[in-house]
Ligand binder design. Structure first.
Ligand code: NAP
Length: 302
């Protein structure tokens, strides 16, 4: 598995990351043994980056993962842990939260990091991301929070998720440590970041983006509406030509972007983790990449 530094001041990561958003929804359960099965499948395939958020599984996924780490603490040195903070969702564990909202204030960042460290049973986070821009907090306040957790040795590098180009630039103005990444949605069915300058900004800043939902949450495999059906058919055809599976071609399409996104997969099936890891060696030709763009968009390129 190819590896690269997420950015100059961030850790080295695997080209494919494993996202734990769906960990609590696994039809096979969320026992420590099942979670460990997926961690092992990742590590065996060279996937060493695990993408978390405090909110995943209604604030349970970090704890499920942490329980597996507690049973095998030697695994911590073999992985990079990314987690996100800043979304507050009403649930039993957060009785004070009455309305879903964003909170990227300094105070909130510090509290979230402390909680994540406890849940994940670790004493540091490799990369902390602000999950979504908080419209009510100044960039200066958010930057102060990020700097505080870095200075405390709790977080090694920081980044953002779902930030616009301007929001990324603004926050960067107040940070001593450059942002390591912008984690955004990228797939054949979601191309905003390709067209709105987000990925160009990442190239300019020397920060690899992280690509979430590269299979559009499964729509690129199952189809079900006219856009995804068109893309699924094109992927099936291309997969035959390359001797690969359609999901592998869809992942390779994202990985081919010149900003070199770290592609975050989200399957709960260990076999699919292995197959996704193998997609890393697929090189789509320029013609095939553009042909998939056209099939997914349902129109020729301008
Ligand atoms: N920053 C953000 O705002 C944000 C938002 C969303 C997600 N994320 C991150 O991105 C990660 C990945 O997102 P995602 O789960 O939506 O990724 P995805 O890879 O686009 O979708 C995974 C889903 O597709 C299904 N699927 C169906 N056929 C598949 C096949 N052949 N191979 C693989 N998967 C198949 C999986 O089901 P099975 O489990 O049955 O395989 C799973 O439900 C998340 O875990 C999270 O870490 C971040």
């Amino acid at each position: 598995m190819r590896r690269f530094k997420l950015s100059d001041n961030a850790p080295e990561v695997s080209a494919i990351a494993y996202g734990v958003w769906r960990l609590a929804d696994d039809p096979a359960g969320a026992s420590t043994c099942r979670v460990r099965e997926k961690i092992d499948a990742c590590l065996e395939a060279g996937i060493t980056t695990f993408d978390h958020a405090d909110i995943y599984g209604m604030y349970t996924c970090e704890g499920l993962f942490g329980a597996a780490l507690a049973e095998a603490p030697e695994l911590r040195d073999k992985m990079e842990i990314v987690t996100k903070c800043g979304i507050r969702y009403p649930c039993d564990g957060l009785p004070d939260v009455k309305v879903k909202h964003y909170d990227a204030t300094r105070e909130s960042i510090e509290a979230c990091v402390n909680r994540s460290l406890t849940e994940l049973r670790t004493d540091y986070i490799d990369v902390l991301l602000i999950h979504r821009p908080d419209w009510l907090t100044s960039a200066e306040d958010t930057a102060a929070g990020l700097q505080t957790v870095i200075d405390a040795g709790k977080v090694r590098s920081v980044g953002v998720s779902n930030y616009s180009v301007v929001q990324f630039d603004l926050l960067s103005l107040y940070l001593e440590n450059p942002l390591a990444t912008n984690q955004v949605e990228i797939s054949l069915l979601h191309m905003d970041a390709i067209h709105d300058g987000t990925l160009d900004q990442c190239q300019r800043e020397g920060a690899h983006p992280m690509a979430w939902s590269p299979l559009a949450g499964g729509r690129l495999v199952s189809g079900g509406d006219s856009d995804s059906d068109r893309a699924v058919n094109a992927l099936k055809k291309m997969a035959k030509a390359y001797g690969q599976t359609p999901d592998q071609i869809a992942l390779a399409w994202v990985a081919a972007l010149p900003s070199q996104p770290q592609v975050i997969i989200g399957t709960n099936q260990p076999d699919r983790i292995k197959s996704a890891a193998a997609s890393e060696s697929i090189q789509l030709s320029r013609a095939d990449w553009y042909s998939l763009w056209e099939s997914a968009q349902g129109r020729p390129i301008p």
